[in-house]
Ligand binder design. Sequence first.
Ligand code: 5GP
Length: 195
Amino acid sequence: MLRKGVLFVISGPSGVGKGTLKKALLENMNDLLSSISVTTREPREGERDGWDYFFVTEESFEKKIDQGELLEWARVFSNMYGTPRDFVASNLEHGQDVLLEIDVQGALQVKKKMPEAVLIFVAPPSIHELAMRLTSRAQDSAESISSRLAASEDELKQIDYYDYLLINDDINDTLAKLESIVSAERCRVKNLELR
Ligand code: 5GP
C-alpha cells in the first residue's frame, strides 16, 4: 500500500534564488523528485538537454500542447515553458513527492487542476535587491533584466493564491523554512492516507 505523493510548486521572480534553493532542497531531501520542464528557449552555457530542460522547437512544443502532454504551460519572457504531465502523474501515483519550479501563470493552472498541490512563493526582500541580484549574476542582457523586473512586480501581486510565502533574506534561513514546509506537509493526515 502506498501513500499519495505530494506535489510541491515553487515560484518567485527571476533572480530571487529559486534555483539555489531548489538545488539545496533536492540535495538535503533526496526523496523529493524534480520535474524537468520542456522549453523553447535556447540552452544557456553549461545547460544540458534532458537535465536542465528538454529543449524543443516551438512546433514540437505546440504539438505537446495539442496532444495534452503538458500539465501546465506558459509563455515567459517570449519563450514557452511547460511541465510534462505523465512524469508528474505517474510519480504521484507511485507515492513519490514531486517538485516543480515554475512561473506564477503555470502554478495557478496547477492549483486549479490539483487543489491539493502545495504552492510556495519565494519573494525578494525588495525589488531593489532583486535588481542588484539580476545584474550581478551577469546572465541576462539589460533589456532582459528590465522585462524580468516588470514581470516580478506582476508576479508579486499573485501571492494571495499561494499557500506559503518565504522572504528570501538569508538563503540558509529560507532553506530551513522550505524544508520545514516539506516535512510538515508530508505529515498532514490527508497526505498520509493509504491508497
Ligand atoms: P529560465 O529561463 O530562467 O530557466 O526560467 C524562466 C522562468 O520560467 C522561471 O520563472 C521559471 O520558474 C519558469 N519556468 C521554468 N519551467 C517552467 C514550466 O515548466 N512551466 C512554467 N509555467 N514556468 C516555468
